[in-house]
Design a protein around this ligand. Structure first.
Ligand code: AKB
Length: 315
């Protein structure tokens, strides 16, 4: 049977690039993108639908119209913006997921992708090589909603047999689409400002190490997970994905190797520091490696070089 895919939240940082990759793999007309607003650019043969994931009736009509075999739900409020609007973040992140899971059951849609995050870890989780299973006490509303979402995914799989798959993304770094209000966004802004101004004032301290990943790896991981045979998927909550662990000081050093005049400074007292301080510095992804042959392609130098080359070409 041919696959038809709906991506919800396709205008965002990850959605934009997943849509490109999925259209390449499944064919342009078999991938329907959707978001609460129209995209800025759209190919003439691309199918786009405006949808609010909280409008369950509208979502049902969308699913009935296109009869997807797979749904990718990427609409979410991220960690930094979530702290400004905790109730809205909870509503979007939880009820959006519940709407999709329930409609997939009702309409017989078998396969769902939903992203979790390193934000599910908390102050009592191991700081380094955080394992798949450990203490998890997130204290941002985003992290709390992602952890609850993971439990729902596992529940819908165990109770109803829904083939839900998920990844705990680290901070994802990319140049095509701006990030949407996360704590790890500094690692993207730094490249834009290095090229535009030659300097960057970082809102995290020089030694705050966090797990990060280049978009090419994040997209490849998502497709690999979704392609894996169902019997290989041992984790039905969400897979740890390690990526690269680095600090603002380390990424600044890397950028200086390519742009020697680059200057980095640090701003104290930003609320995103408190969120970052509760997240692990690095993640252990042995389950992803064993279950669906995951391996990372971009290290820090390779990622920095690719980011700068692509951003220069874009200018
Ligand atoms: C954020 O910083 O909120 C996101 C994430 C790590 O999930 N990039």
């Amino acid at each position: 049977m041919k696959d038809t895919i709906i991506i919800i939240g396709s205008n965002g940082q990850i959605g934009t690039e997943l849509a490109i990759a999925l259209r390449k793999k499944f064919g342009v007309s078999n991938v329907i993108t959707s978001d609460i607003r129209e995209p800025q650019h759209r190919g003439s043969d691309e199918i786009f639908e405006t949808i609010n994931v909280l409008d369950k009736e509208g979502l049902k009509k969308l699913f009935v119209k296109h009869k997807p075999t797979q749904v990718y739900l990427l609409a979410a409020m991220l960690s930094a913006v979530g702290e400004q609007y905790p109730q809205k973040a909870w509503d979007l992140n939880m009820n959006g997921l519940l709407n999709v899971l329930d409609l997939c059951l009702e309409l017989g849609i078998k396969k769902v992708f939903w992203p979790s995050s390193i934000a599910v870890f908390g102050p009592h989780s191991p700081k380094t090589a955080a394992p798949q299973y450990c203490t998890m006490d997130p204290n941002s509303i985003y992290g709390i909603s992602k952890l609850a979402g993971e439990r729902l995914c596992e529940y819908y799989h165990a109770k109803y047999g829904l083939d839900v798959r998920s990844i705990r993304y680290p901070g994802v770094i990319s140049w095509k689409t701006a990030p949407g209000g996360g704590t790890t966004d500094y690692a993207i802004h730094i490249f834009f400002e290095a090229l535009a101004k030659g300097s960057y004032a970082c809102f995290l301290s020089a030694d705050t190490a966090l797990p990060m990943m280049y978009m090419d790896d994040a997209v490849r991981a998502t497709l690999q997970l979704m392609d894996a045979p169902a019997e290989n998927i041992r984790v039905r909550s969400s897979y740890n994905l390690g990526g690269i662990s680095f600090t603002p000081a380390m990424i600044a050093t890397e950028i200086k190797k390519i742009l020697p005049n680059f200057e980095m400074s640090y701003i104290e007292g930003d609320p995103r520091q408190a969120i970052a301080d509760t997240w692990p510095e690095s993640i252990d992804d042995e389950y992803a490696r064993k279950d669906w042959n995951w391996s990372l392609a971009f290290d820090l130098p390779k990622m920095a070089e690719d980011m700068i080359n692509n951003l220069k070409n874009k200018q």
